[in-house]
Design a protein around this ligand. Structure first.
Ligand SMILES: N[C@@H](CCC(=O)N[C@@H](CS)C(=O)NCC(=O)O)C(=O)O
Length: 220
């Protein structure tokens, strides 16, 4: 199996954190330079028509091109330790949480497109759009907070794949763009800080040129 990835990106990092959590090794790592546009080159597009990273190529040549689907696929191959839930109802809950995490960080991503100086060449800056997307990010995360239950993680006493996805996404938004969770989301903040103590959580360095220009403008 081959994983097309790079170490610091919000989506490939979900897979890196997961692999460390599970102790999975033996997947060949193929590093792409997203800044140089490797993901838009014909050989990559032939494998993965979405042109996004990560993508997992299985031994029989199939390509899985969504980070969540890669996690779900690997979870079937490596069911222990369980990170999806033992019963159909538990699994459905994990899927619900995962869907909310994806929805929230899609909004956060659009917020960065319009609110971070990093994207001025590609998107006309708009405080109005950035603020609206931030509102949607906070709204969806409030629903996720409501599904957090009383355990240490979204998954209960141990993290599930929604925790991995939430943590990797939030860490990226926080460290690179200086986006912070809304103050009232105390359960999610506690889950984030708890996950931060895990060995899988050690952050990756971001490209030097991004660090000073990525932080969001003060649009709120
Ligand atoms: N929905 C996809 C999104 C993946 C994605 O957008 N990855 C970023 C890198 S972190 C990317 O490929 N960006 C380059 C592009 O879209 O051209 C997933 O969950 O895997």
């Amino acid at each position: 199996m081959k994983l097309y990835q790079f170490p610091w990106g919000i989506y490939p990092r979900r897979i890196h954190v997961y692999l460390k959590e599970k102790g999975i090794s033996g997947i060949e790592m193929v590093e792409l330079d997203v800044v140089a546009g490797d993901n838009r080159k014909p050989d990559y597009l032939a494998r993965n028509p979405t042109g996004t990273i990560p993508a997992l190529e299985t031994d029989d040549g199939r390509v899985i091109c969504q980070s969540s689907t890669i996690l779900l696929y690997l979870e079937q191959l490596h069911p222990s330790p369980d990170m999806i839930g033992g019963t159909p109802a538990d699994q459905a809950r994990t899927h619900d949480q995962l869907a909310l995490v994806n929805e929230a960080y899609n909004f956060a991503g659009i917020c960065t497109y319009y609110g971070s100086p990093l994207f001025v060449q590609r998107r006309k800056p708009s405080d109005e759009v950035a603020k609206a997307m931030h509102f949607e990010y906070a709204r969806v995360l409030a629903s996720l907070e409501g599904m957090a239950g009383g355990g240490d993680y979204l998954g209960g006493e141990t993290p599930n794949i929604a925790d991995v996805t939430f943590f990797a996404s939030e860490q990226f938004m926080r460290d690179l763009y200086k986006l912070r969770l809304p103050k009232e989301l105390t359960k999610l903040e506690a889950i984030f800080n708890r996950f931060l103590q895990r060995p899988s959580a050690a952050p990756e360095a971001y490209p030097d040129f991004m660090v000073p220009i990525a932080p969001l403008r003060d649009f709120l």
